[in-house]
Design a binder for this molecule. Structure first.
Ligand SMILES: Cc1cc2nc3c(=O)[nH]c(=O)nc-3n(C[C@H](O)[C@H](O)[C@H](O)COP(=O)(O)OP(=O)(O)OC[C@H]3O[C@@H](n4cnc5c(N)ncnc54)[C@H](O)[C@@H]3O)c2cc1C
Length: 566
């Protein structure tokens, strides 16, 4: 067993975790950045291809308050206003900061940042890096900055499996080192969860294998409340057909912005029109509306052959297509896709999680010593997120969490670590269920994804959710409480067991909160309660009590805009 120590432990090296580490180290803290995959390459950040929203006002006059107004409107009265404000206000600074760090935002001929108009924003507000390189550029830029910070120790292949609590505070974590099979304990004065979202819970998703909601489960088990867990955002136009190899399934969005791709049903009718939004190639329907429209058209038998909608650029002149798609047009051609002659088929896929760990505007959770950042945090986007807000959120929240965690560490003279406090979590990693008792954990994981897709997807009913909860409980019984596999290096069975342990805990919370919310709002659509109800303009907050999920309704935090304590 190995033991490490740091002032600040950051779990997860996406945009939020890397920025948190950079900011904390900038304050003089010794930082340990723990990542279950490769640093800067494990989660959503590096996969993002599109746009990042910030009121930098380069394409049109703008102010963060306009961005805030749009974010609150999209959130359907559920946004934590202090968090939404942080995203919009400090979003401007972080976007300019990483511009100064040479991220390479696309620019207009006169040298201003290019900004496109995305649905739900009142003006062109989204910056990007051409072509489809936004996330890789953000990730590379932060990795370069990390390399300049001597005070950040980076450890990849390190799966954090539990937080360690002592005297009511989080004092570090226990982890499993994939590459060696070693159990690792980490003492830290402050811990930041920056583990991203949960979309791997679903069969159709835009996620990497590292996005099974670990951070939510870690927080819950450590006693920290979660918020808005029922709000999973489905991205309406995930690629469906024809087969597309080596490209991101959500790649179509930026081209819809730029060129006004038309979303059509089987009969060639513009699809969102029936659902109250006439787009006419302008791409103005927000994600929840477009998801609803596609699902309903498919249900009515007006979907495309593979079970989605058509996305057509056939009306766009070839020269404009070439200019907008750049080298991507050749990659499409290699897949047999000629956009001048054919539409593609698209359908909703699980893409982002609005819910998450409850944090204040300093990114502090209810548990002393525990902070959160990025998609792991819930509340800023309420019931529905605007395009481009997620990377801004990761950067702004990451920076804030790093500053707060460093300040907390500076105030704590010594970390209150003890081996006894970590003993249960260590014992779990050393344990092994007898081989004869072990069901196929990979098959169980796929089964959970089916349950979530079919019964806790974009359209929910009481019956489906109750069935999902029963099936999740059965999977939990089968999983048991002793890990499978021997725990040696790269033990895939053990990794699946550890992943499924988190995924089942988080899936239960999503299904329970979805069952309790008897209305439809934003990304949470109940077919048996189709209207939005004023009495449901409240957040659901989840905690674990004696191992059982406990729900409470709380008033939405308005913009009392707490002073940020750093
Ligand atoms: C395909 C795709 C495209 C997207 N496009 C856009 C876009 O154009 N614009 C936009 O604003 N948003 C976009 N999003 C959303 C956005 O990318 C994410 O919300 C954001 O990048 C999240 O950043 P993060 O740092 O919070 O998490 P991530 O970038 O997901 O990083 C989390 C990290 O934590 C690690 N981790 C997880 N669990 C553990 C553990 N137990 N121990 C150690 N490490 C752990 C993961 O391996 C991962 O590296 C997109 C998302 C996807 C999936």
């Amino acid at each position: 067993m190995r033991h490490l120590a740091a002032d600040v432990l950051v779990i997860g090296a996406g945009a939020a975790g890397m920025y948190a580490a950079i900011a904390a180290a900038g304050q003089g803290a010794q930082v340990l950045l723990a990542e279950r995959s490769l640093i800067g390459r494990g989660g959503a950040t590096v996969m993002a291809q599109m746009t990042v929203a910030a009121a930098v006002g380069e394409a049109a006059p703008d102010h963060w308050q306009h961005h805030l107004a749009d974010t609150l409107a999209a959130g359907r009265f559920l946004c934590d206003e202090a968090l939404a404000r942080l995203l919009c206000e400090e979003g401007v600074e972080v976007i300019k900061q990483i511009d100064a760090w040479k991220v390479g935002w696309a620019r207009t001929p006169d040298g201003r940042m290019a900004q496109v108009h995305a649905p739900g924003h009142d003006r062109p507000r989204c910056v990007y890096v051409d072509f489809l390189a936004t996330g890789t550029a953000v990730s590379r830029t932060l990795r370069t900055q990390l390399n300049r910070q001597g005070a950040v120790r980076r450890v990849g292949d390190l799966v954090v499996t539990d937080l360690v609590r002592r005297g009511g505070a989080v004092v570090g974590a226990v982890a499993w080192h994939l590459a060696s099979g070693d159990v690792v304990t980490i003492a830290a004065k402050s811990t930041v969860i920056a583990t991203g979202g949960l979309t791997r819970l679903y069969r159709r998703n835009s996620a990497s294998a590292n996005m099974g909601g670990d951070g939510y489960a870690l927080a819950l088990r450590a006693g920290a409340p979660l918020i808005d867990m029922e709000f999973v955002q489905f991205f309406p136009i995930g690629h469906l057909a024809p087969r597309l190899v080596g490209m991101d399934p959500i790649m179509w969005d930026p081209f819809r912005y730029k060129l006004g791709g038309r979303l059509l049903n089987r009969d060639g009718e513009e699809l969102t029109q029936r659902y109250g939004v006439a787009e006419d190639g302008r791409y103005v329907a927000t994600r929840d509306v477009a998801t609803y429209a596609i699902a309903k058209e498919v249900e009515a038998g007006r979907g495309s052959p593979a079970g989605g909608a058509y996305l057509s650029f056939e009306h766009v002149p070839e020269a404009r297509l070439r200019e907008a798609f750049g080298p991507v047009i050749d990659r499409l051609a290699a897949n047999g896709i000629d956009l001048t002659r054919m539409p593609v088929e698209v359908a909703p896929i699980a893409h982002y999680h609005m819910g998450g760990i409850r944090a204040d505007a300093a990114m502090a959770t209810a548990i002393p010593g525990l902070f959160a950042a990025g998609e792991a945090v819930g509340g800023a986007n309420g019931a529905n997120r605007l395009s481009g807000n997620a990377i801004t959120e990761a950067l702004a929240f990451g920076r804030r969490a790093g500053l707060s965690a460093a300040a907390h560490a500076a105030r704590s003279r010594e970390v209150d670590w003890s081996r006894e406090a970590a003993a249960d979590a260590v014992a779990l990693l050393r344990d092994s269920a007898p081989a004869r008792d072990r069901p196929n954990v990979a098959a169980m994981l796929a089964m959970l994804q089916d349950v979530m897709q079919d019964e806790v997807g974009p359209f929910r009913t009481q019956a489906k959710l109750a069935s999902a909860l029963a099936r999740i409980a059965a999977l939990r019984r089968d999983l048991g409480d002793r890990p499978f596999g021997s725990g040696g290096a790269y033990d895939a069975e053990r990794l699946d067991w550890l992943d499924l342990r988190c995924m089942l805990a988080v899936a239960e919370v999503v299904a329970r909160t979805a069952l309790a919310r008897t209305e439809s709002r934003g990304a949470h659509q109940r077919e048996d309660f189709p209207a939005m109800r004023p009495d449901w303009a409240v957040n659901q907050v989840v905690t674990l009590r004696d191992g059982a999920v406990a729900l409470a309704r709380e008033s939405v935090r308005a913009a009392s805009l707490q002073a940020v304590a750093v």
